[in-house]
Design a protein around this ligand. Structure first.
Ligand SMILES: *Cc1c(COP(=O)(O)O)cnc(C)c1O
Length: 479
């Protein structure tokens, strides 16, 4: 499989999977996508059903990935999948499971039983294995520099800990993460993991990362890279669990299923879109946002309007608090008939000039639900609290505030889209204890594997809000 940029003009060169694995944006500012999506049919799905039931999730992952990767030997790819998806890391040999809520249309697709209790582990664990493999093969090393307000940073650290060719420097806003999130990151003792608490807010951390990346000499010298959600390998790793969940909730290879997806940067649901384009029998892709509804606005009106950071509300589903959706360009590329020149105009010139674009009058947008299955909705803090409380009271099931966004919006679509509707669980309640207490009057139970996590010694250095200090710290640690 070859890859092109979403902003590629006709005749632009293509790249292989292992070329784009370690990269972020394409040189033209676009995002990498396959030149075409592989197609699967009912007999392929029947075979995958046997693979999942027999050899398990890692073997299924290998089958799905093989459609997208042809420049890593098959046995090496299988080994990476086996190392990424272990019962030890994911709490059970099944890795991904689905439970029906009562006897209704909704199911919860459990994706958050990985090391950091959020769905990001599903992709990040595989990314860590693939990074280490590729760096080994090339005899190279990489310094990952990132900024995080929670889930991404901890998931990356747990995936990359102990990798000899990688060091990780993760900037966090001092004192602003939940106690559980702090304990998770700062409790890691691996020497290649460096936590830096910046005296500032999340935007300051992000600005420092950008400033360091602007220093071309420093970037080159330390081989600075990133693991952000635009990385193609993260998206393709997520396609696997759509297949696995579809297999878990169906018995017949033609049955259509809908998915409800708590969304921020459009990474999770982008994988659903790709699975659907591949021919997985998905009816609706229900996109759920919180108060930061830039994506719900697009799917309901056709207008995409990037928000200023001052317009972004701090909500009780913080991992969905976004001003723009960094993976959205991948979907728009398909929507506009894979016209790289047009995507370049929309995401380049139009966003720069007018802060967004309007596709409401285009035939493509008017058929967005029938052709692509996309529908959407949003929730408020009160909706999430009520959803958590109601579900817990009526069924005993406890969900986190992000998953509650998904359940709330899924409820609005019952009867209008094919059932079952699988709501993707993007985090466990333990990560967001405060909102859970508000909803049910008691803190969430601590899963046994996280018991005592807040008592472990902490490894974190405090630095001022200053890119030069961060550079000096990296310089000194890397020697
Ligand atoms: C990252 C994250 C999301 C949003 O996922 P996207 O891929 O950015 O759309 C939702 N919920 C949780 C808990 C997350 O960590």
């Amino acid at each position: 499989m070859r890859y092109i940029s979403t902003r590629a003009l006709p005749g632009a060169p293509t790249a292989g999977f292992s070329d784009i694995l370690l990269e972020g944006l394409a040189a033209d500012g676009g995002l990498y996508v396959p030149v075409e999506y592989p197609r699967v049919d009912a007999s392929q799905l029947a075979e995958w059903r046997d693979v999942l039931a027999g050899d398990g999730y890692a073997a299924l992952a290998h089958r799905v990935l093989s459609l997208f990767v042809d420049d890593i030997p098959s046995e090496d790819l299988l080994r990476a999948c086996r190392r990424a998806y272990t019962a030890e890391k994911f709490g059970s040999p099944r890795i991904v499971t689905a439970d029906r809520i009562g006897d209704g249309s909704l199911w919860i697709g459990h994706l958050s039983n990985g090391p950091t209790a959020a769905f990001k582990d599903m992709a990040m664990q595989l990314l860590g294995e693939l990074f280490e493999y590729e760096l080994d093969r090339r005899g190279q090393s990489l310094t990952i520099l990132g900024a995080t307000s929670g889930d991404t940073g901890s998931s990356a650290e747990y995936a990359l800990r102990g990798c000899s060719r990688l060091s990780v420097y993760m900037l966090t806003p001092a004192g602003r993460m939940s106690p559980f999130q702090q304990a998770q990151m700062f409790g890691l003792a691996d020497p290649n993991i460096h936590n830096i608490a910046i005296d500032g807010v999340f935007d300051d951390c992000q600005d420092i990362v950008k400033a360091v990346n602007r220093d071309a000499g420093f970037k080159e010298r330390h081989r600075i890279g990133a693991v952000n959600s635009i990385n193609w390998a993260r998206i393709v790793a997520q396609v696997i669990y759509y297949v696995a969940l579809w297999l878990r909730v169906t018995t017949d290879n033609g049955q259509r299923v809908s998915f409800a997806v708590p969304s921020g940067n459009f990474g999770n649901i982008c994988a659903g879109h790709i699975a659907r384009e591949m021919g997985l029998p998905i009816d609706a892709l229900i996109l759920a946002t919180n108060e930061n509804d830039v994506l719900h606005e697009f799917f309901s009106t056709g207008r995409y309007r990037v928000r200023a950071s001052s317009e972004v509300a701090e909500t009780s589903s913080p991992s969905m608090d976004i001003s723009k959706a960094s993976n959205f360009e991948r979907f728009v590329f398909d929507l506009v008939g894979r016209d790289g020149g047009l995507v370049r105009r929309l995401f380049g010139e139009e966003i720069t000039r007018s802060g967004g674009f309007d596709l409401s009058a285009t035939p493509a947008f008017q058929s967005i639900a029938t052709r692509y299955g996309f529908v959407s909705g949003s929730s408020t803090h009160a909706d999430r609290v009520e959803t958590i409380r109601g579900l817990h009271r009526d069924t005993g099931v406890l969900i986190d505030p992000h998953t509650a966004d998904g359940v709330h919006v899924a409820h609005q679509w019952i009867g209008r889209v094919s059932a079952p509707i699988v709501v993707l669980e993007t985090a466990l309640p333990i990560k967001f204890a405060e909102t859970i207490s508000e909803a049910i009057g008691a803190p969430p139970p601590t899963p046994p594997r996280f018991a005592g996590i807040e008592d472990a010694p902490r490894r974190v250095v405090d630095l001022p809000n200053d890119a030069d200090e961060v550079k000096a710290y990296i310089e000194q640690s890397e020697g």
